[in-house]
Design a protein around this ligand. Sequence first.
Ligand code: FAD
Ligand code: FES
Ligand code: FES
Length: 1355
Amino acid sequence: MDYQGTSNDFFFYVNGTKIVDQNVDPETTLLSYLRNKLGLTGAKLACGEGGCGACTVMVSHCDPGSRHIRHYAVNTCLTPICSLHGKAVITTEGIGNSTSRLHPVQERIVKFNGSQCGFCTPGFVMSMYSLLRNSPAPNQQELSEAFQGNLCRCTGYRGIIEGYQTFVKNSCCGRNDGAKAGKCCDNLSHAKTTCGSSRCCRDSTPEPASLSTEHIHPCRPFCKVKPLDPTQEPIFPPELLALANSPPVPLDFQGPRVRWLRPVTLTHLLQLKNQFPDARLVVGNTEVGVEIKFKNKLYPVILEPSYIQEMCVMHWDDSGLHIGASCRIAQVKAELQDAVPKLKRCQAAPFVALMEQLRWFAGSQIRNVAAIGGNIMTASPLSDLNPLLLASRTSLTFSSIDGSRTLQMTQDFFTSYRSTATKDNEVLISIHIPYSRELEFLMAFKQGQRREDDMAIVNAAMRARFCLETSRVTELEMAFGGMGNRTLTAARTTSLLNGKLWNSDLLEDATNSLLQEIQLPGGSPGGMETYRCSLCLSFLFKFYIHVQMELQNQGKPGDPVPMRVRSVLDEFQEEPIKSTQLYQEVPTTQASEDLVGRPVEHLSAARHATGEAVFISDEVPRHGELHLALLTSTRPHARILEVDPSKALSIPGVQAYIGAADVPGDNKIGRIVKDEEVFAKHKVTCVGQVIGAVAADSAELARRAIAEVQVTYADLEPVIITIEDAIKNESFYEVEGLTLENGNVDEGFANCEHLLEGEVRLGGQEHFYLETHAAIAIPDLENGTMEIISTTQSVNFEQQSVATVLGIPCNHVKCTVKRLGGAFGGKETRNVMLTTATAVAAKKLGCPVRCELERDVDMVVTGGRHPFLATYKVGYQGDGRITAVNISLYNNGGNTLDMSSSVMRRAVVHVDNCYHFSNVSICGRVCRTNLPSNTAFRGFGAPQSMFITETIISQVSTACVLPPKQVREINMYDEGDQTITGQVMENFPIRRCWEECLKSSDFSQRQNAVTTFNRQNRWKKRGISIIPTKYSLAFNEPFLNQGGALVHIYTDGSVLLAHGGIEMGQGLHTKMIQVAGRCLGLPVNRIRIADTCTNSVPNASPSAASFSTDLYGMALMNACNKLMKNLEPFKNANPTGKWEDWVNAAYLSCVSLSATGFYSDPELMQRMKECFGKTCHYFSCGAACSEVEIDCLTGSIKALGTHIVMDVGCSINPALDIGQVEGAFAQGFGLFLLEELQYSHLGELRSKGPGIYKIPAAGDIPRELHVSLLSKSENPKAIFSSKGVGEPPLFLAASVFFAVKAAILSAREDAGKSRQFRLDSPATVERVRLACQDNITDKILEPNPESFTPWSVRV
Ligand SMILES: Cc1cc2nc3c(=O)[nH]c(=O)nc-3n(C[C@H](O)[C@H](O)[C@H](O)COP(=O)(O)OP(=O)(O)OC[C@H]3O[C@@H](n4cnc5c(N)ncnc54)[C@H](O)[C@@H]3O)c2cc1C
Ligand code: FES
Ligand code: FES
């Protein structure tokens, strides 16, 4: 159908430049357009489902009606390019650059050390930038909400938030009030006081004098950053402003498969909907985009209703609020924020509830684009709005060419999963929410795994109305989401209660009836059946209390609400983060250009922030480059009968199928044993195993083609998924050396006063590096060589593997890494399956081949941290002293060995954590299962076993009725003690860390406060815990403890360094330049570091084990020392000369200006060999104290505060080391409290993206976070007396777990339940709620586990 004035020319503005495209393809996303067509690679692809914010940019649009210019952040991965017609886009490249001018938003994230790997950084920059364009001095809540949709896996968020908190209106230190009344930096007139002060006014922790060691407070860089000048921002393009003056024109963009139509009148829209009844209406594309991408849906016609006046307006009238269906969530939220305070109290109930619900609806990027109509019409059973709208008596107006009708929203509106009682040609025009009336109360609830940016596990809305005279119910409505395949109401319960008085009898009846009505059968999609039922009852209880309090306020008769119960309704409040970072300053005598020990920024941070930093996916495509997608198994254990790629190969642009037959060398790879196939040939042993690959002209085409490859399987038995399955089937890897005996356990048990036995488990963890695995293989046809650029932590292992698979020598394979967007152990070995497959394809096809894994594929194929199960027996005395421990450890290794045995070995030797166990017997076993191989992950087994030990300590202290702190102290190691492996504790200041942590956290006083709080509150509980940690430094495998480096000095005096380590965000390159600067006596701007490459430094050990600074720092020092020796005669001959003079003189004298460096410690090697993997170079240690508050009815956790004291020796770079401490802590927080992998009983990963798998978000980190690096800690065994820092602090997050456990204990005591209880990790909301047993949970019968197949199993 032609419509007058229809345009087919697409145009928009990007960073001020007009882009016109006559062939725009509606299937293209803005992200793909920016990156692939315009070469703007600042915005990153990290999830593709709107769940991480790495792809954020700002869109500006002039509203044709109001001529108001709206600036908003969007996720480009879900933004259809066609929706941007006539709009302007600003990317991080458009606001600043690292050479001439960083934008203040970019500068602050750099200066506050808010960037580590940098993959998330442009996304944070653009979220902040968008906020500031709307609100140059935002408030705290606006700031917090701006980042709800951005994830960072490296930093722990503190640096990012604090950097950006400096933009907040009246942001202040808190020092200008209270007892210590100093003055706020902001209020001081002269800069010197702010910068020169030894105590920044923004710090609010105790004065350093209260610590026993000599710390200084580093002044924050606040006063050294550029102010924001809103007048300097790019203007909105005048052409677009002019465009807003004329009426919008209809659009019609036809792509190869999809047509995009934008009508501008309702009549036209209805005609089109009639003509194309299957067409999707797309506003935000946050549902449709996800369906297209992850469910392979194709919608040939898309209708954009964003310009239909009737659907875009909101107005209030006598009856309530009318909202156009295309109104965005953010618009609705803003309207409510404006209007609700002006409403009469009795009218406001549904709007107050909606406003609160919208605050926790997705992240800001989604809220900015997603429409309210899209949410309703998707009819998702997890919609946050539908239960609330239903309970609020909302009505919906629909139109079609046949006319209009208004439907009351009832349960019948939702007919089944994601479908409604509407006709195909109908369009939702508007939503009407009526005011509430006198004595009508309404509340909405939402409970997710994580508070921020998470879909609900269960949500609900409840409304009750009362007659004027009594507290008798006249109307009642309860609607639930997450309790079935659609939004449900509890009709039977509500009719039962109608007419009854609002009192405890009603509550009892309601609870019993609701329990019958909302039951979930075992095996329900989403699992957590018991928890979900308990949430419904808990919400009911909360609503009951809310109404009771309201009735009480209005003078109605009824039971008074006891004070202890009132906090049941308190919501966790958003508060600014308070933090300090303490470290020892370098001596005043240290030369100013010597940067060792100084808090130098990450060298690449500015390039991260501006989008200039190049990651693999940003590499410019090479001529003739093809894209590879992997074909992976859908069966856990099966014979491959046939692979038929013919259908895929018939698609134009698909070039080849690659499988085992194409491997020119050995198809087998593996780090410890070669038990893994590049392409599975005859058999698959897990879902996600690579069978083959398809090469095509584009990544999109390759992915589409993969779906067309037919694989025929014959399923095999047994299928072993869980550790318990493996134990039952005796399915283990036979590995030596996983036992440890020390002392005499039998004697220890015989001599103890008490015995305790138990079992505990700890789930796995996905690395969730923001940059997924990627590789580019470039064949050199002349020499028969292969160049690999990839995401690996180990270029050496990769080189060996590629050479083996291609059947060529290592000297024919060059592997290079510039930087990684996070790794955390996940890229140590697991990238090799991707790299080798890509190399085989490049070899076969004779052209460059690129393979970048999408997030879901990455999560399915790569494996993660090992889940552990432990059974233990412990003997102890009445004073808590442990006399004997016997532990059996099992980890889930998956389908190949990978490094599972090394992980278990490290677990075995870390079982003691910081405790002197004289009699121990540990036995570790690695389970062979039909899961993707699990692998290294920060901590490498140590956090798991230390968690098990701390669980034992916690159980012992409960049994002894002693404070856990006391039991920890009585068992703690002292300097000079021997560990369970016989190693003597040297330079092991754990007692000092412990004491300082107790002191800085004010432990005793806070513990008293916690006790008081718990006495006063029944449904909110607090807990506090202090936990020590010890970590052994050095690789388990002796030969890996070596490092190489190469240093060149050029004739102009500039220096180029190369070493075998990988920069993955930890700041290794920055530290290496600091080291070289000191060794050569040069300022760092004379030194450059080269990409890590096997051509420069051969046989490099992986960057892992927190040992890279030790290895490569020493190797570099060795190389520099050689060069300094070469230069010495020339320095002596010309003592007043400059560096260039000596270099030049050496060159003219034919003296080498290039040196290799090497490091290994013969004594360590010898010890390692004698005591394989059971000794180390030195120990690092630390302590953390955390306080939490839990909601006993929902299991929600709020981390109130954490104090960390960490021993990193003499820090080479305190800013980077503190960043590592905070980042590791946040990752540990995820491990112990949040992150839960969901596998089906057939080993299929269900949680394969940020939508279901929740890593910590900015709102999760403790509101107070104080990190102190222990001063005066020496370590003669490492470079400049430093200590490794990457992994050791991770376990300190267990302090939050045990604080939660303490809070649960208080709840159980109140409920009269047993004090001794098991709490597995992670302590998810589900586990916390169910551990807080009470009269609600007592009512719920758990489904018989034998009677159903669970939706997910604990592996
Ligand atoms: C990362 C992420 C987080 C999310 N978090 C939440 C959350 O916390 N809570 C929550 O409830 N949801 C959440 N969602 C879901 C989603 O954002 C909402 O459902 C959103 O409101 C859909 O609006 P949209 O404009 O993007 O819909 P679109 O994807 O554009 O359209 C969705 C569907 O609605 C239909 N449709 C749209 N408008 C009309 C109309 N006027 N008449 C008839 N049919 C119409 C379309 O045909 C389409 O089928 C999240 C989604 C993502 C990706
Ligand atoms: S890549 Fe777009 S939100 Fe994650
Ligand atoms: S710095 Fe944020 S993900 Fe790496």
